[in-house]
Design a protein around this ligand. Sequence first.
Ligand SMILES: [Zn+2]
Length: 431
Amino acid sequence: MQLALRASHFVDPATFELKRDVLLLIEGGRIVEVIEKGEVSGGLTGLAENTLDFEAALVMPGFVNAHAHLDLSHMHRQIPRGLSFDEWIDAVIAGRQVPGEQVRNALEQACDRLIASGTTSVIDISTDGASHAAMLEHNLSGVVALEVLGLDPAKADARMEHADAILRKIEGEDKFIVGAANNQPVQIGFSPHAPYSTSAELYLNVFGRCVGEGRVCTTHVAETLDEQQFFRIAEGPLRDFCDRLGIPMGGFTGWDESPITTMLWEWFAPWLKTETETGNPQLVLVHCNYPQGQDLDHLKRFKPTVVWCPRSHAYFGHEEWPLADMLAAGVNLCLGTDSLASNDDLDMLGEIRAAKRAQPQADLTTLFKAATINGRKVLNLGADIADLCVFGLPLGVGADASLDRILGALLIQGAPVFATICRGHVAARAL
Ligand SMILES: [Zn+2]
C-alpha cells in the first residue's frame, strides 16, 4: 500500500459528505478503501510505505484552481490598484518584458504556494508551455492551456502553428491518440485569449481541435462592459487600445451580438452536447461577469464550466458576480485565483473567503465544491483519485460539529495545512 491516512474528519470527494474517524488506504494514486470508525491494532505502522495519523484534522479533496496565469507571477504587487482594464493590460504587457529567469523563478515559487495552500490541480494559461515542467516537478496536476490570440483572420493558421510547435515539443512528435491527453497528470489544452483579441477563425480552429483530441479549451469571456461594446460594434476603449498599440484588427467590425451567445450558439454549437446532465465541462469560460440577452439560456442549454475569480473580480471593481443566475443555469461552477497581477496570493481558501464576503448569502458547501470537486469534472478525475488536502481542525470545533460549522470555522479562523497529497504522494507536509 502506498499510503495509510487516518484522520478525525473526511469530506468524501464522491458525495461531499462528512465522515468521522476514517482510515484511508491509498494505492496507485487512488483511494482504494475508506474504513470508518475501524480500530487498527498497533497503529498504522506496517500498513503502508507511508503513514499519516492525524487526531484532529479535516481531509478534503484537494483544491482545483480553475484559472491561473503562473507566468505572470513575477508581477506580484508590481501593478498598482485602481487601473482601468485597458490600463491594466498595458501594465501587464510592460511587465512581460523582463528576463526569462525572473519569470521562471516566480513561476516555481507560485507552484510552491499552490501546493503549500492545499491546491493539487490547476488550469493554467501559458504563452510558452513553461508551466508544464514546473507543475510536474511540484506534483501538481491539471491543464496547461496554450494561449493563442490575434484578431486578424489571415493570421489564424500561423498562430495555431506556433502553439502546435510548443505542444509537439512537450508531447513529442508521435501520432496523437485521441483521449491520450486525459491520461497525463498535466494535460495540454488551448486557450483562445478573449473575444476582443481573438478572431472567429482562430476560435473555431482551436475549439474543433480541442473537441477532436479531447482537450480542455478555456477562454476569458464577458469580462467587461468595454468588451461587450467592442465585440458588438468594434468601438469604445478597447478599440482605442488597439489603435493606440497598432494591433491589426483584420477588418473586424463587430458581431452585433454578445460574446457568450456568439461563441456558444453561432460558433461552438455543432460540437457541443445539449440536454445532458454532464454538459460540456471541458469548455471552461472564465469570468462571464456580464451575461446579456440570451446568454443565460445558452449557458443553461450547454452547461459549460464557468469560473468565478472573486478577488480578481474585486480588484477590477466589477458589478456583483451573477452567482444566483449561474447556479440557476446549472453550469459547472468553479473558482480560480487568476494571476498575481490582479490578486495577492494563490490560496483557494482565500478565494472562497472573498466569495463569501462578496455574497454572504452564498451556500458554503456550494463554494467549497466549486473550489474542489467541480474542477475534477474538467480534468476527468474520478472521486477515488487521491488528491487531498489535510487541514488542522479549526480550534473550538467539536468532534461532532456539522460540515457547515467546520467549513465556516475554516473560513473565519483559518487553519494550518498539515499536508497536501497529490495522487497519493505526500507533496507537502507541515508536521
Ligand atoms: Zn485570466
